[in-house]
Ligand binder design. Structure first.
Ligand code: ADP
Ligand code: MG
Length: 352
């Protein structure tokens, strides 16, 4: 009851928006369920400030609004700041959902990882200055550790709220210039198990590059969505049985791998890696045995990085990228992993 009153009051005092409050700018992206633009406020609201991101979404927009409202109340720091969502019936193309977020900045992890400067470009934006230090594996490991901690922190927030993202990938991770940290975006494929909303629509296509091997997040023994009250009562049990959150952990593990191994950052090499790993029955250690003897200098450098400090990075990596969901580490447990005992970038202690 309190939750609903709070949500209602909070909603009352937040600014609301309408279509003609915005001037639509540059297109930022286009998915299968909507188009994303950068927008600014129009003249009639020129006394207010800020840049925004607008997603015009089709029928799934309603669920995405719901997810964003829930995330904002329960774990606001995990995701981009959601501002407002409404249904626009005036479009000639038929009803469209408008979703608005604060514009967090221009850098996604995907963009940053594509640069030759990675991970030093991330060090610069996190610290807000260029460090005049010699480059090398140790420093790169520190930066990657800091990124991983931020990603796991955000993911733990979602999972503790009962939300699985299901589309964790570098394109859906944005660097928030305001908080100088990475946030997760795009809840368009997310599922909320505690309330049974968007309960694994079977037609949903997962991104094959980052998806865990299990086809559906829940085991086939829980065939259909229970009604909301039943789901609310059952879901902690279902959660324990099926560990759906470990789907996201697999994706985060692949991102860790890509950050450590420059040669796996391109799409084509990631796809090739996925094929190799599948042939090794998703056993990373077997994959390592397969490729290490004839590894390129680039690949060897990746192994060197994860082998630092007695191989603690490799240990964490192999506890995330595993075939069986229940053998994968949780986000919370990963944050307590000895890989994070060493100090990352200085900014970290200031931020969290
Ligand atoms: P899609 O359904 O098209 O994948 P996303 O929510 O992932 O939609 O957004 C598409 C792109 O728009 C992102 O990859 C990112 O570049 C940009 N973007 C989304 N939200 C924000 C935000 N809050 N701030 C800045 N850029 C954003
Ligand atoms: Mg996206």
């Amino acid at each position: 009851f309190d939750m609903f009153v709070l949500a209602f009051v909070e909603r009352l005092f937040r600014p609301t928006f309408r279509k003609d409050d915005f001037v639509v700018g540059k297109k930022l992206g286009e998915g299968s369920f909507g188009v994303v633009y950068k927008v600014s406020l129009s003249k009639k609201r020129s006394n207010e400030e800020g840049e925004f991101v607008l997603k015009k979404a089709t029928e799934y927009g309603a669920v995405e609004i719901w997810m964003n409202e829930r995330v904002r109340r329960a774990c606001g720091n995990s995701c981009a700041d959601f501002v407002y969502g409404f249904l626009d019936k005036s479009s000639k193309k038929g009803p469209e959902y408008w979703l608005l977020w604060k514009y967090e900045g221009e850098s996604t992890l995907a963009g940053l990882m594509q640069s030759k400067e990675f991970p030093y470009n991330v060090e610069t934006i996190i610290l807000g200055k260029v460090q005049d230090l010699p480059k090398g594996l140790e420093r790169e490991n520190k930066i990657i550790q800091t990124i991983m901690r931020q990603l796991l922190f955000a993911l733990d927030g979602l999972h503790s709220t009962g939300i699985i993202h299901r589309d964790v990938k570098p394109q859906n991770i944005i660097f928030s210039e305001g908080s100088r940290s990475f946030k997760i975006i795009d809840l368009g494929a997310a599922a909320d198990l505690r309330v049974g909303i968007n309960y694994i629509p079977k037609e949903f296509l997962l991104d094959p590059r980052y998806a865990a091997p299990e086809q559906y997040i829940m085991s086939t023994q829980t065939p259909s969505a229970p009604s909301a009250p039943v789901a609310a009562a059952l879901s902690p049990v279902l959660w324990q049985m099926n560990l759906p959150d470990r789907f996201d952990i697999y994706s985060i593990g692949l991102i860790f791998l890509q950050m450590a191994f420059p040669s796996l950052r391109s799409d084509s090499n990631l796809i090739q890696f996925n094929r190799q790993l599948k042939r090794c029955d998703y056993d990373l250690t077997a994959w390592r045995k397969l490729v290490e003897p004839r590894a390129s200098a680039d690949l060897r450098r990746g192994f060197e990085l994860v082998d630092l400090d007695g191989g603690i990075g490799w240990e964490l990596l192999t506890s995330m990228v595993r075939y069986k969901a229940r053998q994968r580490i949780s986000a919370k447990a990963a944050l307590a992993h000895p890989y994070f005992d060493r100090q990352g970038l200085l900014a970290l202690s200031v931020m969290q």
